[in-house]
Design a protein around this ligand. Structure first.
Ligand SMILES: [Zn+2]
Length: 308
């Protein structure tokens, strides 16, 4: 079943590659005939996508083909996406590695992050709360979950939140066989995400975190492939072996943010998949506590400092 799914996707990839290459050719031709403004039809900023209103360019930053709009980016509070998948960058002979940028350090910022979704119940409930609170957050999504709940992924983007790659199927055995298997999983998930929202995340989070599994080879492979990875420095602990209720989850975030955190930053790990109803229940109070401690809320971008 897995093999059939992959081959179908690969044939779709070949088709998209042909479309992208054709579009480059058309764009090049039109620009050189005085019809500037025609863009490569490979991202959501095509006139059709903008007219459909599915994703608004004001809500995120779409990186240029050469990444030249990333360094010195003024809009560090907006999600950042790539208009190309990595296989498209390879075929178009475009750069893969993101330019190095200085992490943004300033006032106290809390980055709320929700892993392992999108599901059809708890992720929408989290989105409802974030909307009511006027807060943007970051969702580290799993490829297989995106296939099951594409409309929820579209809603995450449409409401101005960031999306990070959290692997294809969260299978530690497959993921951490080698750096190559890890990157292959990210690329597979990217293709799924791209097929739904027309953009590639440039941020990712290693399932389970990088500690103890990442070597320098993983770090190098990630950088060469155009990803920035972030673990966390605050955890509500909603994925520990012992089940915890909402009040315990709130207490965990409260106690971990009573200390001075590196770079004034609380990078908060939570989950929004099935079974995380207590996280949904705890979220409004977690937001209130962080606000009371002087935190504003941001989305994870390549400018977000590392948590340690
Ligand atoms: Zn996870």
């Amino acid at each position: 079943m897995r093999r059939r799914r992959m081959s179908k996707r690969q044939s779709m990839c070949s088709f998209l590659a042909a479309v992208a290459l054709l579009a480059v050719g058309i764009s090049y031709g039109l620009v050189h005939h005085g019809q500037a403004g025609m863009q490569v039809a490979a991202g959501p900023d095509t006139p059709e996508a903008m007219a459909a209103g599915e994703t608004s360019p004001e809500k995120y930053v779409l990186l240029k083909s050469d990444f030249s709009n990333l360094p010195g980016m003024a809009e560090i509070d907006k999600p950042v996406f790539d208009r190309y998948c990595l296989w498209q960058r390879e075929q178009l002979n475009l750069p893969m590695a993101l330019p190095q940028v200085e992490p943004h350090v300033g006032q106290k910022i809390a980055y709320l992050t929700f892993d392992d979704g999108p599901d059809g119940k708890n992720t929408p409930a989290v989105l409802d709360i974030l909307k009511a609170e006027g807060i943007k957050a970051t969702f580290y999504v799993v490829g297989t979950m995106c296939e099951k709940n594409p409309e929820v992924l579209k809603r995450i983007v449409a409401e101005g939140h960031a999306v990070g790659n959290h692997s294809m199927d969260h299978d530690y055995g497959r993921l951490y066989m080698s750096k190559d298997s890890f990157i292959a999983e990210l690329r597979e998930a990217d293709n799924v995400i791209y097929s739904i929202i027309g953009m590639r995340p440039v941020i990712c989070r290693a399932p389970g975190g990088t500690v103890g599994v990442f070597t320098k080879e993983y770090d190098r492979a990630l950088a060469e492939s155009g990803y920035v990875e972030h673990d966390w420095n605050v955890s509500c602990q909603d994925a520990t072996p012992q089940w915890q209720d909402a009040s315990q989850l709130i207490g965990n975030v409260d106690s971990q943010t009573n200390v001075e955190l590196k770079d004034n930053m609380a990078l908060v790990l939570m989950h929004s998949c099935g079974g995380k109803e207590e996280t949904v229940k705890a979220l409004p109070e977690i937001i209130r506590i962080l606000r009371d401690k002087g935190y504003s809320f941001g989305v994870v971008t390549p400018y977000t400092p590392q948590p340690w």
